[in-house]
Design a protein around this ligand. Sequence first.
Ligand code: NAD
Ligand code: ZN
Length: 228
Amino acid sequence: WIKESKYTVVLTGAGMSTESGIPDFRSKDGLWHKKKPPKLSSKKALVADYGGYVDSYKEGMKNRPNYKPHQGYEILAGWEDKGLVESIITQNVDDLHVAAGSRNLYRLHGSLFEFKCNDCSTPAIKDHFLDKIPCEVCGGRLRPTIVYFGESLPKEELYDSIEEMKKAELVLIIGTSLVVSPVKKFPQLTQGKTVYINNETKEDDFDLVFIGRAGEILEDVNKKLGAI
Ligand code: NAD
Ligand code: ZN
């Protein structure tokens, strides 16, 4: 299917990054099965305790190991280089697709490593955020571009990724529980074949399902592709 398809789109979620050491939300080792969601995911903190919010970001970054994209990420970037993949739509905010060298990337939930003003959305630099310097344009609070619950998705990325889904002849859906809107409806947008790769099953109408670890399955498929 990968060789036949003239337009392959990849859709990834937090399960794509667990093999790089970043926990997801909903699987059995996910963050939501431990305590409450981490402070970084809280818009409340941004509004009510901005100093604490920035400090918790700094703390979070200091404590995290140097996460690196696993082999599966490299394979997807390589498939794009070879013209086997057109684009990647991700819900992840960890920028591991960027680190792996994927170029045609739609980050629907923003990034933990890019910053903007919370009030007027003007882009900002990381050092200004870390130093709690207000927005140069409106004096508002700076923050990462990640999308919190209740916020709308970046318009252009959303529009473009819907177009990508419509154009796709093949969609590889990797490591997402497909419960978060609007992505949960994305598989219905394509006329193409859908392949679901996940370590847990999901009742849905996919053309093909692989149960297992994303990185390992991608390595396996990549080997087979090389042999064709
Ligand atoms: P999710 O936590 O709801 O679902 C992850 C899915 O991946 C689950 O179905 C799980 O069974 C599966 N999975 C876990 N490890 C896997 C592996 N090694 N191989 C294959 N499948 C695996 O995540 P979601 O659907 O992306 O939605 C959660 C939201 O949380 C997103 O909005 C995302 O922005 C955010 N989030 C992002 C990160 C990140 O950037 N790495 C991490 C946690 C949460
Ligand atoms: Zn501003």
